[in-house]
Design a binder for this molecule. Structure first.
Ligand code: SF4
Ligand code: SF4
Length: 265
């Protein structure tokens, strides 16, 4: 699969997604030159390279399995690739689209579209790993360019990349931020979210939205209690857990836990 010069080959594939994670490749700046020296990119439609059938060493896959076409394509990608790396919250957890899994998606489609006859989508939005074996997950919404380059380098060296599992709070503290949960009673989910973004939102005074998925030992129960204790309505606390990474079981359990009004418990 390496090319005639011995360079590793790469493909970047898109399933159901917003293309934000693919854009991280294009926005790498100087690192894009580094990437082009390290590998040969054979398929990456957003960059003008169209060879879906190319056999490659590393396939990066963005997006969730949401349509019958996604199911077919991901199986073909798996067959043609040595390593498959799921990139972004969509590919790793089903993404924002997995909100449909909580309710009957046909009902929602009927409420949005005048005619649903031409929609060709599955009942659920699923992460790539539910359909094919994957070798690695790169979380984020979108992914981190720094992690992307580090991952390519590690795979080329034949070692697993070192990716964080600690909480966003730890990055946030190292950045010297004032905690928005403590100082503004903002519903920050940093205590249950994996680090990797550099605590981007809290650094600008905004709460964390779970872009990088669940951290090690996420205690959603205790965090939910804290948010309710700050006066945030239970329903808002519940909905907070199911946004970007809504397909993750730990966040769905938190949604189930807090969505019921206290008086009905
Ligand atoms: S993970 Fe976020 S940025 Fe990436 S494709 Fe999905 S919605 Fe877009
Ligand atoms: S602002 Fe959020 S991420 Fe930062 S320390 Fe507070 S709870 Fe943690």
């Amino acid at each position: 699969m390496a090319n005639e010069n011995g360079k590793a080959t790469v493909a970047v594939h898109k399933l159901t997604s917003c293309s934000g994670c693919q854009s991280v490749f294009l926005n790498l700046g100087e690192d894009l030159l580094t990437l082009s020296r390290l590998v040969e990119i054979r398929h990456f439609i957003e960059a003008g390279l169209n060879d879906f059938e190319a056999q490659v060493d590393i396939a990066f896959v963005e997006g969730s399995i949401t349509t019958p076409e996604d199911e077919k394509r991901i199986r073909e990608v798996r067959e043609r690739s040595r390593f498959v790396v799921a990139i972004g919250a969509c590919a790793c957890s089903g993404g924002v689209q997995a909100l449909r899994n909580i309710k009957d998606s046909q009902h929602w489609a009927g409420a949005i579209y005048a005619d649903t006859a031409y929609l060709d989508s599955l009942a659920d939005s699923r992460p790539v790993a539910q359909l094919v074996k994957i070798d690695l997950e790169l979380w984020g919404c979108p992914i981190s360019g720094r992690q992307l380059i580090a991952t390519v380098r590690a795979l080329l060296q034949g070692v697993p990349p070192v990716l964080p599992t600690e909480k966003v709070c730890q990055e946030c503290k190292r950045a010297g931020n004032v905690c928005v949960l403590v100082s503004q009673a903002a519903p920050c989910l940093g205590p249950v979210t994996r680090a990797g973004c550099g605590a981007l939102c809290p650094s600008f005074g905004a709460p964390c939205y779970t872009c990088f998925g669940a951290s090690e030992q996420p205690n959603c129960e205790a965090l939910g209690e804290r948010l309710v204790g700050l006066g945030i309505p239970r329903r808002q606390v519940a909905e907070r857990f199911v946004s970007i990474s809504s397909g993750l079981e730990t966040y769905q359990q938190a949604w189930e836990r807090w969505r019921i009004p206290a008086k009905e418990l």
